[in-house]
Design a protein around this ligand. Structure first.
Ligand SMILES: [Zn+2]
Length: 558
């Protein structure tokens, strides 16, 4: 039945496509939080029909996509994917930073000019106001004079608000204690009726007190709330596939009630699935739980794609899939294979550095306010009291970081001047520079060292953190496996070009032309269907001839 629907829509949907004539009707960008680039390949023979394989078999799959910066965290990753720029363009350097003016730690999407909507209490809300660049959604809104509708959904505010951009119609995330879907007054003063009804129907209850079992029936985790704590939905449900079901249930309601894909121009939905990251930090990428999570996600995505087929017709939808960052192997697991891996206590490191500097300046103070390993956030007031200026302060902290085991460091004042060695690694740190967040030092950690004592992490320039999937499904793409150079910034650049709109303001991405279907083909067939509407499997391996296409050095600093 879906195939029939696809064929019917393929015939009517042929011709020039752009955001202006609602071809495609909907673009869905799926970001899986902490989904490393090797997972799609690792479990390739285990994926079922219609989930990841929709993209792998019938889409364009870039197997070698890497972030070209060092600060591989959630907020910068989501900002990068939809702005087509790195931190030196969009400004989002971390999930949280020390703000010397406010004398407080602020989170990337925090905005005290706004209030949360959907929970009582009027707590400060969230907005994209820290972004220094606009997004794909903003350009869609500009190009269509607001006719396109743009939404973001995630469990985390930063993963919903930042990729959706300034002009978004809505961004939704959850209240961590109760699981209720919330937004902020930046978007609206009350939840739309459908979202309020969703919360009122107490759907969180069906996700609590459940056992998550693997295919053999073994219980991997349970979602029983911790005794004595009210709620804590985010931690309890968030570290199981039930969280993806919960998010996808909300996404289906949003698509249905906001009538996405039914407007006069192309609509955009950014859906960030957070559960992988919440579990991955605890158990590491090589654990049976993470494999079971990936297998569950494959089925969940298949169900979601089927929903899109029924609701809008897959011939009218483009899908892009990527991730905000990868993850380091669990140090214990890597050390067992004789790699130089370890957990180190980042919090103790901060205390050590502060006592060293207190002794050196003969004045006890919190010189380093926060150490989000391997990044140190400095306290300008403490250094001012010791009559130390920013470059000297940052150098002192950098040297203390080196003494604590980091390999090297880059200071804010150094990166602001563009002063980094002309190497691949130097370029990654130039791409990590932001004018936001006061004084800071980016430490260069040794590989496989994780800056806290339990579990694992991501925040390094190494491939285990930079390698992410990048795959596209839809009318303009030539199905295949592409091993050419690709970066997450290419996602926004490619989609903007295909939609016939400007790329986001600071985009440095490349249009992935090797993955585009020839024009005659776009007129006559769609992926997964041949000219007669029969399913095809087009999975040929694409290898360009000659030198590596689009290599970083050939393109100069970016
Ligand atoms: Zn994470």
């Amino acid at each position: 039945m879906i195939l029939g629907l696809l064929l019917c829509l393929a015939l009517t949907g042929a011709g020039f496509s752009s955001a202006y004539n609602a071809r495609p009707r909907l673009v869905v960008v799926i970001v899986i939080d902490q989904f490393r680039g090797d997972y799609l390949e690792r479990y390739r023979d285990q994926w079922g029909e219609g989930g990841f394989r929709l993209l792998l078999d019938h889409g364009a799959d870039f197997t070698d996509c890497n972030y070209d910066y060092a600060n591989t965290r959630t907020a910068p990753g989501h900002a990068t994917l939809l702005t087509g720029a790195y931190t030196n363009g969009h400004g989002i350097i971390a999930n949280e930073w020390w703000d010397p003016q406010k004398k407080a730690t602020v989170a990337a999407a925090d905005d005290d000019q706004t209030k949360l909507v959907g929970v009582p209490g009027g707590a400060p809300g969230a907005s994209p106001h820290n972004l220094l660049a606009d997004t794909l959604g903003d350009e869609l809104k500009l190009a269509t004079q607001g006719k396109s509708r743009v939404f973001g959904i995630a469990l985390k505010d930063r993963a919903s608000v930042l990729p959706a951009g300034f002009a978004a119609d809505g961004a939704y995330w959850i209240d961590r204690a109760t699981g209720a879907w919330i937004t902020s007054t930046y978007y609206r003063n009350q939840l739309p009726k459908w979202a309020q009804d969703f919360n009122d129907s107490k759907r969180t209850e069906k996700y609590l007190n459940q056992d998550w079992k693997d295919s053999q029936g073994n219980v991997l985790r349970s979602t029983k709330p911790v005794e004595g704590k009210t709620g804590n939905f985010y931690d309890v449900v968030g570290s199981t596939p039930l969280a993806n079901d919960y998010e996808l249930e909300f996404a289906r309601e949003l698509i249905t009630y906001e009538k996405l894909g039914n407007g006069p121009a192309t609509d955009l939905l950014i859906l960030s699935l957070s559960a992988n990251d919440i579990l991955g930090h605890k158990v590491g990428p090589d654990s049976p739980e993470m494999q079971a999570m990936a297998m569950a996600m494959d089925r969940q995505l298949a169900g979601f794609f089927e929903f899109l087929g029924h609701q809008i017709g897959l011939a009218n939808v483009w899908i892009a899939l990527s991730a905000d960052h990868g993850v380091a192997p669990l140090p214990k697991a890597a050390a067992a294979l004789h790699l130089p891996a370890a957990n180190v206590p980042g919090d103790k490191m901060r205390a050590q550095i502060n006592s060293r500097l207190s002794a050196r300046f003969s004045h006890a103070a919190e010189y380093v306010k926060a150490l989000d390993y391997p990044v140190a956030w400095l306290n300008p007031d403490a250094f001012a009291a010791a009559r130390v200026n920013e470059p000297d302060a940052e150098r002192d902290v950098g040297e203390a970081l080196q003494q604590a085991g980091l390999r090297a460091y880059y200071t804010r004042s150094q990166l602001e001047r563009g002063d980094a060695p002309n190497t691949e690694l130097g370029l990654k740190y130039l791409h990590s520079y932001s004018p936001l967040g006061g004084w800071y030092v980016l430490g260069v950690p040794p590989p496989f060292i994780v800056g806290f004592m339990g579990g694992t992490d991501h925040a390094t320039p190494y491939t285990y953190d930079t390698h992410v999937p990048l795959a596209f499904y839809g009318f303009p793409f030539q199905a295949g496996t592409y091993r050419t150079h690709a970066e997450p910034v290419d996602l926004a650049a490619t989609l903007a070009s295909l939609l016939g709109i400007n790329a986001p303001t600071h985009s440095i991405g490349r249009v992935l032309t090797e993955a585009l279907a020839p024009p005659h083909r776009a007129l006559n067939s769609i992926h997964g269907l041949d000219d007669r509407g029969m399913p095809t499997v087009d999975g040929r391996d694409f290898r360009p001839e000659g030198p590596r296409a689009g290599s970083t050095m050939a393109r100069g600093p970016r």
